[in-house]
Design a protein around this ligand. Sequence first.
Ligand SMILES: Nc1ncnc2c1ncn2[C@@H]1O[C@H](COP(=O)(O)OP(=O)(O)O)[C@@H](O)[C@H]1O
Ligand SMILES: N[C@@H](CCOP(=O)(O)O)C(=O)O
Length: 325
Amino acid sequence: MAVYTHVPAEEIDAFLARYDAGRLVSAKGIAEGVENSNYLLETTGADGKGHRYILTLYEKRVDEADLPFFMDLLDHLGARGCLVPRFIADREGKRLQQLGGRPACLIEFLTGISVTEPTAAQSQAAGAALGQLHRAAEGFAGERRNALDIAGWHDLAAKCGDHFDDIAPGLGQRVADELAYLDAHWPAGLPRAVIHADLFPDNVLMLGDEVTGLIDFYFSCTDIRAYDLAVTHSAWVFSNDGAHFFADRSTALLAGYQAAHGLSDAEQTAFPILCRGAALRFLLTRAYDWINTPADALVTRKDPLAYLRRLDFYAQTAPAELLRA
Ligand SMILES: Nc1ncnc2c1ncn2[C@@H]1O[C@H](COP(=O)(O)OP(=O)(O)O)[C@@H](O)[C@H]1O
Ligand SMILES: N[C@@H](CCOP(=O)(O)O)C(=O)O
């Protein structure tokens, strides 16, 4: 469960009094997620008919100064038909608050569930939703540097240092070798855009095979657009432990993206390297969190080795097989 900051119900009720949102009926810490503290709020609603909201307290990697970027991006995407949650303003028009000593926002609740074992049809829908997001993001004026780019991966690796080998013998050397490979081969000149950068199944809400919401834009940034597809691929087309690659999901995800947006020849050529980068990025953040998660945090740490297995797959698989239609 990701709740790093515990806020008493009375404080949440007092916080809600700033909004036209009704009185607090219940507040439950949300089990999913690892980055921020999230509560599902049930309120009486402004009209007395009952309403749900998400309350997010920003922790760890989210810089308060970036919140206006995320708010503007979701306004832009929502206005262009993307199913994304809006930040809710209080009666004075303020969307960013403080609660429990953390920056905090009240956010629109979207219906749907996150699938844990996606089918090919759901993977296709996710690929299409990513393509639609990329189309809708065109024209967005905001920019945000990706703190988790190659330079950021080097920083994380340095911070993990000798602890890598506590996770798995030889992991430190494997990471160093991969960083050297990516330094030498990372593509230049591909189209850059605002990307989601974390479109895992737990950040896509679905009803059956239909996408009902895209959430958790707190890693969104300006980077190579096709890298976003590589991140999404790494998250959707393997078993959770990374031991099994599902070719049917991969084909479907890529087809969904191709239909909704499309990849140029240069992006297709670079795709295997982008996938290696994506796998290393999540290996590194998971390794860092594995080493540094506070003992009292209500959070389930994610396994870094599940991303080492994906990295091995991408490094060993022929590009034609990866991109097979
Ligand atoms: N707008 C929303 N509507 C419905 N559920 C949400 C919404 N935002 C977050 N959630 C729920 O909270 C969980 C954690 O949110 P997320 O933003 O992924 O957290 P974190 O940033 O900590 O990873 C999600 O998996 C989802 O179940
Ligand atoms: N998707 C990342 C962790 C970030 O957590 P999320 O709940 O915001 O997706 C991973 O799986 O390592």
